[in-house]
Design a protein around this ligand. Structure first.
Ligand SMILES: O=C(O)CCC(=O)C(=O)O
Ligand SMILES: [Fe+2]
Length: 276
């Protein structure tokens, strides 16, 4: 056995798991092909169906092109009502969350663990070209009550790149900025953006792939100055027993892969009189 095989043999992780964990630790994210492509397409088709219902039009022949060019049919003033209609419809199907999980199950289990809680409702972003009405400026979700033990599964439903995508600060630069955060206390969010801009990773994610990232790192988006509309969803996953912050189990998260030994553990009571 070679030395490197020996090293893997001595690890509790497999070679593939080590590779994925190292990438996630180094970059703060991984992009991978959806493992269940049929589930991904089903989620996309359900959104297209809901969009057509809102617009009172029949189903398009090319779903991708329809989503990319939706700004030709929806005005910025209508956008929020349109977006809410689509996401409410998507969240109403009994299969939606399992399909969502199915696009990245293995990677989520490697990065987080195999006993998981999932956000109850999936969120949808629609970013039309040159529209500034639904931007998410630079932030970490932990600044608004999300636990650092959560990971975000972000799925694009069109090809995302440059300003049609989102940006994420790399972990080394993020740690440097957080260590010197006092310097920015009296400055604007735009000043902070300008300072971090050279260190941002704009994530290129063609349809068919999914992104998992840690929202502990600063991230966000800018005005989409590409030609087409961005459609993406995001949903958080965490270890069922890992610490919760403001987003509580039951209200915001729900167990999805509870294991039988945990059920035994949670239900266990020492027999009465045992310690007397
Ligand atoms: O989709 C984006 O541009 C940002 C998403 C985001 O902030 C999040 O999912 O936490
Ligand atoms: Fe965020």
């Amino acid at each position: 056995m070679s030395q490197s095989e020996g090293a893997y043999y001595e690890s509790f992780f497999t070679k593939d798991e080590i590779e994925l964990c190292e990438r996630f630790s180094r970059d703060g994210y991984v992009i991978a092909p959806a493992t269940d492509r049929a589930s991904l397409d089903r989620l996309r088709d359900a959104m297209v169906e809901a969009a057509c219902e809102f617009l009172k039009i029949s189903a398009p022949s090319n779903a991708q092109e329809f989503l990319d060019t939706v700004h030709e049919r929806v005005t910025p003033a209508q956008l929020n009502e349109f977006r809410l209609h689509v996401i409410q419809r998507l969240n109403s199907h009994p299969w939606t969350r399992a399909a969502y999980f199915g696009t990245a199950r293995r990677s989520l289990e490697i990065i987080i663990g195999n006993e998981l809680a999932m956000q109850k409702r999936i969120n949808l972003s629609i970013q039309m070209p040159n529209d500034d009405s639904s931007l998410l400026p630079l932030h970490s979700d932990c600044w608004s009550g999300d636990s650092p033990f959560e990971a975000v599964l972000w799925i694009p439903f069109v090809d995302c790149f440059k300003t049609k995508s989102m940006f994420l600060l790399n972990p080394t630069a993020d740690a440097d900025f957080v260590a010197n955060f006092g310097e920015y206390a009296k400055k604007s969010a735009e000043d902070l953006f300008k300072a971090v801009e050279p260190h941002l990773q704009w994530l290129e994610i063609p349809y068919g792939n999914v992104l998992i990232f840690t929202h502990t790192l600063m991230h966000g988006n800018r005005i989409n100055v590409e030609k087409h509309t961005r459609w993406s969803t995001n949903c958080r996953f965490k270890g069922l027993f890992a610490p919760y912050w403001d987003k509580r189990l039951g209200e915001f998260f729900e167990p999805i892969t509870l294991r039988p030994i945990s059920r035994y553990g949670m239900n266990y009571r020492l027999p009465g009189g045992f310690n007397e």
